[in-house]
Design a protein around this ligand. Sequence first.
Ligand SMILES: [Mg+2]
Length: 390
Amino acid sequence: MKITDVRAVPLSSPIPERHQFRSDLGTRVKNDATLIYVDTDAGLTGLGTALGTPSVVVALVEDSLGPALVGEDPTYVERLWSKLYNGSRAEPALERGYSQPRYDRRGVTLEAISGIDIALWDLLGKHLDQPVYKLLGAARESVRAYGSGGWAAGEEAGPELAGYVEEHGFDAVKMRVVGEDDLAIENTVRRVESAREHLGDDVDVMVDAHGSLDVPTAVRIARRLEPYDVAWFEEPVTPDDHAALAEVRAATEIPIATGESEFTRFDYRSLLAENAADVLQPDVARAGGFTEIRRVAAMASAHGVRTIPHAWGSGLLFAASIHLALALPNCHILEVPQAPYMPMLWELFEEEYDVRDGRVYAPSGPGLGFTLREDVEERFAYVEGPEYEY
Ligand SMILES: [Mg+2]
């Protein structure tokens, strides 16, 4: 089997005004995704997705990364990952056994590589007639899930989160701090207090600050939140300062989670070396695909750190994250987005996800196990412009 073409298609889903929500990131006005197709001469096509500005992903895939794969055997997934990451020095890197990466190795380049890697695993699964999580060495048939959302202001925070629990049977939820009215620490505390009041003591509550705080503020918030038994504090400070994150971690008993904005095993190694996190959250469509995140998870387990995929995006990103969560032994829970309007997550495939009683169950088909609906490219035609308005 040989690769004949690698294609990328940008998608957008504008969010109607009544469903838009606001956080420290601004008001989200649309969701973007880029689909990646790896075609073969065997009639099989692998399907992946990349984060990153869609028009840039398309240019990278079609001008640089894709052409390097044409004529290759797609079942040599490690070889192809190495080829994409190391660029012109792919052969010496593999011969000598160490990385000699291309200069533009991070950012959108790695996101595009991640998308191709997802498609290669989907293709391998279709070729071998096995689901991806089994190719990776399955750890479980289903995984506990948490409802991820929580933007409502003040006393509305608790009922919003309780709604996720009621609808899907989750026993864990995540809320945003800084949410709609969070600029003062008192507002954050009031919102988490409201969450605990409405959820009782048997539901795990996680909080996510999107890297928006400085160290003193993050520490003050963490200490104020300790009485509410917070299961993790996600991205309290900028992802670019692992030492600052380690300072926050050392100052609170709340576990620290981070990693959705990191790239490659080398970023995660730095987080582990700094003792900066209790939970790593690589995104399969950003950090390096299945191939790289396996390495991250193995490294993390040696540090007693869990690896829990960040799973916020299109249906393809969610589907790939399900397989990761089923395959990684040190993953104990999976994010299930609860934004009010996400058709590119819930209405992308012919098949439905099996989410029930607070768990996500394994898809049954080969590869990722999902088939794109016929009208996807037309229905989610790409719209230029940013996803957030501040
Ligand atoms: Mg997050």
